[in-house]
Design a binder for this molecule. Structure first.
Ligand code: ADP
Length: 239
């Protein structure tokens, strides 16, 4: 569950009087939802993600994520809280000199999972993103789309309650962007909540679902739209 209650974020060091990056934001996202967060540059999307990962605290209001009240959380608890999150970034952030297998296994090792669990879990998640045959490759030997699929496998490996994907299709071929969202949808069907920040209107239009639109630090739209996906699937048949 993600909840922002009357949240303001004011940066003191922007301009003469600072910047109101978020103003009176109220959002509730239940477990198991898939939500697109959209908005122009400067709308407050990154600020919102920084609140959700507790990189910053709100100036006013309260933020709850996965049962934690982030405003009240002690610093020493932050690493445990972050284990309940999976992060996916525009620039993949894979470790270049590790194989695909080790990139995924690494996050499990640092969170003290047993070797037995790791030996089962890594092939399972690589299979889910259809990269089982590339386990021994290094990230540089993969396409952008494949690298992002490794990052998705890594984010999902620890079985997080919430996955936050920050412009995950920003650096990949537009035709492959749909695949990336499909994978995030598959993960969502396994019960993980997914928040995806994007500025790609075509994708949002195609998949539909719950859309939160930020503009100038405020939520200007938070509702469900029908996607084109269903009837497109029908049209694709037989091609
Ligand atoms: P988005 O991710 O939607 O592009 P941001 O959350 O990055 O928007 O920015 C929202 C507003 O806050 C913008 O006006 C931006 O210039 C400002 N801002 C973001 N980070 C800082 C910061 N660290 N210090 C001062 N102003 C900031």
């Amino acid at each position: 569950m993600v909840e922002l209650k009357n949240v303001d974020v004011h940066y003191k060091d922007g301009g003469k009087h600072g910047v109101d990056a978020l103003h009176d934001v109220n959002i509730r996202i239940n477990d198991g939802e898939f939500v697109f967060i959209v908005g122009n540059s400067g709308a407050g999307k990154s600020t919102m993600l920084k609140l959700l990962t507790r990189e910053i605290l709100p100036t006013n209001g309260r933020v709850f994520v996965n049962g934690y009240n982030l405003s009240k959380m002690k610093n020493k608890k932050v690493p445990y809280f972050r284990r309940s999150l999976g992060m996916i970034f525009q620039d993949f952030r894979l470790i270049p000199d590790m194989t695909v297998y080790d990139n995924v296994a690494f996050v499990l090792r640092v969170t003290d999972r047993s070797n037995k669990y790791i030996r089962q879990r890594v092939p399972y998640v690589l299979n889910l993103v259809k990269l089982a045959d590339k386990a021994k490759f290094k990230p540089t030997q993969l396409s952008g789309g494949e690298q992002q699929r490794v990052a998705i496998a890594r984010a999902f490996a620890c079985d997080p309650k919430l996955i936050i994907a920050d412009e995950p299709t920003g650096n990949i071929d537009p035709a492959l962007s749909y695949e990336i969202v499909e994978l995030l949808k598959d993960i969502n069907r396994c019960g993980t909540t997914v928040l995806m920040v994007t500025h790609e209107h075509d994708l949002v239009q195609y998949f539909g679902g719950r859309i939160i639109n930020l503009s100038n630090g405020s939520v200007v739209f938070d509702n469900y739209i029908g996607g084109d996906e269903e009837y497109m699937e029908g049209e694709d048949e037989g091609k």
